[in-house]
Ligand binder design. Structure first.
Ligand code: G3H
Ligand code: ZN
Length: 286
C-alpha cells in the first residue's frame, strides 16, 4: 500500500536497518524499483525531485503511474512517494494534493530561523493529512539536477541547530549534512560520525543520509548504527542503467527498438536497487 514514511522509518530505526529512497527518473526506474521492493519484500521510498517530476509529466502523472504499477505488480510492501528536496511550501502542497505521501522541505540554504519557520509551516499542513515530512540542515555538496552546491559552500550541520529545528518543527525525519555528496564522490567520502552520533543522541529522530551513491559498506553500517533509517540513492542506478544502454548499443549499433536497450537498463536498475536493499538491511522487513 501507499503509506507515509513515518512508520517504516521508526521501525527501521528501532530494528537497526535503513530504508532506501530510490529516485524516479522515468518509467523504467519506476518499474524496476517497485519490482525490486516486492521481490525483496522490502519497504521502499520512491524519491521524486522537482526536476524529475517535470520530466515525467508532473506530480499527478507520477502518482497515477505508481498506483497503476502497484496494482499490476500486486505490490503488497509499504511504498512511500516522497518529494525530494522540495524547494517551497507551494511545491510541497502541490505534491501532497497530487497524492504524495511524504515531502522533504529543503530550507538548508536559508538562515536557521527561516528554515525553522518554513519547515513548521509544511509540517503543520502535511501532518493534518497524514503526510510525513523531512527537513535538512547544513549543505550537502555536489549536484542533483536543480540543486548545485559548490565544494566551498558545503557545510556540516551543527548539532545544537539540528536539535532546535527538530524540536521546534516536529519533523518525522531529518537530514543533517555531514560530508555526504550528491553524485559521484571525488575520492573517499569523509562522513562526520562524531557529529552524527551527537545529533542522533540529542534528538532521537530517524536520520536521513543523502548522496548514498559510492559510500563504502562499512560507513553505511556505521551511519545506520548512529541513527540513520533512510538512505537516498539516485546516481548509482543512473550509472548502472546508462552502462547497460551503452553496452547494448555498442554491441548492436543498428538496434533501434527502445525496448531492446531500455529493458536491459531496467534490469540493471533493479539489480542495483536489490543490492542496496540487502546492504541497508531492509530486505524481508515489509
Ligand atoms: O536526494 C537524493 C539523493 O541524495 C541521491 O544522491 O545521487 O548521490 O545517490 P546520489
Ligand atoms: Zn539529496
Amino acid at each position: 500500500p501507499l503509506v507515509s514514511m513515518k512508520e517504516m522509518l521508526e521501525k527501521g530505526k528501532a530494528e537497526g536497518y535503513a530504508i532506501g529512497q530510490f529516485n524516479l527518473n522515468n518509467l523504467e526506474f519506476t518499474q524496476a524499483i517497485l519490482q525490486a521492493a516486492q521481490e525483496e519484500q522490502s519497504p521502499v521510498i520512491l524519491g521524486v525531485s522537482e526536476g524529475a517530476a517535470r520530466y515525467m509529466g508532473g506530480f499527478k502523472t507520477i502518482v497515477t503511474l505508481v498506483e497503476a504499477l502497484m496494482e499490476e505488480y500486486k505490490v503488497t510492501v509499504p511504498v512511500a512517494i516522497h518529494l525530494d528536496h522540495g524547494s517551497s511550501f507551494e511545491k510541497c502542497m502541490q505534491a501532497i494534493n497530487a497524492g504524495f505521501t511524504s515531502v522533504m522541505i529543503d530550507g538548508s540554504h536559508f538562515p536557521l530561523d527561516e528554515n525553522i519557520a518554513l519547515t513548521s509551516k509544511v509540517v503543520e499542513a502535511a501532518h493534518a493529512v497524514g503526510v510525513s515530512v523531512e527537513a535538512e540542515l547544513g549543505r550537502i555538496g555536489g549536484q542533483e539536477d536543480d540543486l548545485v552546491v559548490e565544494d566551498a559552500d558545503a557545510a556540516y550541520a551543527i548539532p545544537e541547530e539540528c536539535e532546535r529545528l527538530i524540536n521546534e518543527t516536529g519533523v518525522d525525519c531529518f537530514a543533517p549534512a555531514l560530508g555526504s555528496v550528491h553524485g559521484p564522490y571525488k575520492g573517499e567520502p569523509n562522513l562526520g560520525f562524531d557529529r552524527m552520533e551527537t545529533i542522533s543522541k540529542m534528538t532521537g529522530v530517524p536520520l536521513v543520509l543523502h548522496g548514498g551513491t559510492g559510500i563504502p559498506t562499512a560507513d553505511v553500517k556505521k551511519a545506520i548504527k548512529f541513527g540513520h533509517a533512510k538512505i537516498n540513492v539516485n546516481t548509482e542506478s543512473q550509472i548502472s542503467s546508462a552502462r547497460a544502454v551503452r553496452s547494448v548499443l555498442e554491441e548492436k549499433p543498428d538496434l533501434y527498438d527502445p525496448r531492446k536497450y531500455m529493458g536491459p537498463a531496467r534490469d540493471a536498475i533493479k539489480e542495483t536497487v536489490i543490492g542496496k536493499m540487502r546492504e541497508f538491511g531492509s530486505s524481508n522487513k515489509a
